[in-house]
Design a protein around this ligand. Structure first.
Ligand code: HEC
Ligand code: HEC
Ligand code: HEC
Ligand code: HEC
Length: 197
């Protein structure tokens, strides 16, 4: 027979574990707190500070809307009963920040055409985008910045992706995986050299 204290102990552990699981799953983001690409661009396009805007523009996340018009996208859509990927939430929930992972465009300041912008990774910026807060990493985090932003990748890079390839990446120890955050981040990194002196 289990003692009452053991049962209480097990129940407590179960509650803590389920709490952690719920927290991990629930990275819900308030659609009214997005500042929009123009806001981030205003301060993050200086060459001397790493021009994050240009790096984004040159990378895959600025083209996530565009590629939904490709023949490849249409073929993928056809198999899933999606006639027009550029109009379907089934694709745009991950291919655009505007959808905020939901079933319709809900972000006023971001259009589906903008693709996956800064705030899909860094978190909605309305409360952290002022200069005085931006200069202080701790204050940024307190005001909604997601740090490290690599926590956001798997909200889209997961097996729900229509093009998920479980062998896309090969890890250091030779394992095939669908996503490897370290290698993937290397492909899109946009550091500010002033912060790493
Ligand atoms: C008013 C200008 C301004 C705006 C608007 C702005 N930033 Fe910044 N940001 C800064 C400054 C200044 C820093 C600090 C780095 C520095 O001093 O060069 C910074 C730092 C950052 C950092 C690094 C934080 C750290 O310490 O790890 C990130 C990430 C960032 N900004 C993202 C964004 C995003 C995303 C947006 C749009 C929602 C945005 N910023 C809008 C000025 C701005
Ligand atoms: C769960 C998020 C998610 C959903 C839903 C999603 N995608 Fe994607 N899509 C991605 C990611 C992440 C990539 C980058 C490659 C990868 O890991 O699958 C991508 C890449 C692509 C590419 C580029 C080809 C490639 O292999 O890199 C096409 C085309 C595409 N998606 C079409 C679609 C279409 C069409 C739909 C809707 C039927 C859709 N996606 C739904 C996340 C998603
Ligand atoms: C696909 C996700 C993603 C997108 C999109 C993205 N970033 Fe980042 N960014 C990161 C990650 C990951 C880092 C590394 C630091 C961290 O983990 O927070 C980073 C770092 C930064 C830094 C700090 C650089 C440093 O040296 O510490 C700034 C500033 C920044 N991003 C601004 C932006 C701006 C502005 C945009 C949009 C034009 C943008 N980012 C788009 C994921 C992203
Ligand atoms: C809001 C959804 C979303 C988030 C969050 C996101 N991505 Fe993506 N990512 C995509 C989509 C959609 C594509 C396909 C675009 C294309 O192939 O042109 C993509 C493509 C890529 C690619 C090119 C395909 C490949 O695997 O080589 C890289 C690299 C990448 N993302 C890295 C990252 C990293 C690193 C993070 C986190 C810091 C991240 N992404 C966060 C949606 C997202």
């Amino acid at each position: 027979m289990m003692s009452t204290s053991k049962i209480v102990g097990i129940a407590l552990i179960a509650m803590v574990i389920s709490g952690i699981i719920v927290m991990a799953e629930e990275d819900k983001r308030d659609a009214t707190l997005y500042a929009g690409l123009k806001s981030c661009r205003m301060c993050h396009k200086k060459e001397a500070a790493g021009n994050q805007y240009q790096k984004w523009l040159d990378g895959p996340h600025s083209k996530t809307f565009e590629i939904l018009a490709s023949d490849e996208a249409k073929a993928i859509g056809a198999k899933l009963g999606v006639a027009e990927p550029q109009k379907s939430a089934k694709c745009l929930k991950c291919h655009s920040t505007a959808y905020n992972w939901g079933d319709k465009p809900v972000v006023e300041k971001i259009k589906p055409e903008d693709g996956v912008v800064c705030e899909s990774c860094h978190g909605p910026g309305k409360n952290y985008k002022s200069k005085s807060i931006m200069k202080d990493q701790k204050a940024c985090i307190e005001n909604g910045m997601i740090y490290p932003a690599t926590k956001s990748c798997v909200k889209c890079h997961n097996e729900e992706s229509a093009t998920w390839n479980p062998e896309r990446y090969t890890t250091k120890d030779g394992k095939k995986v669908g996503f490897d955050v370290e290698q993937a981040y290397k492909k899109i990194e946009h550091p500010n050299p002033n912060l790493h002196k």
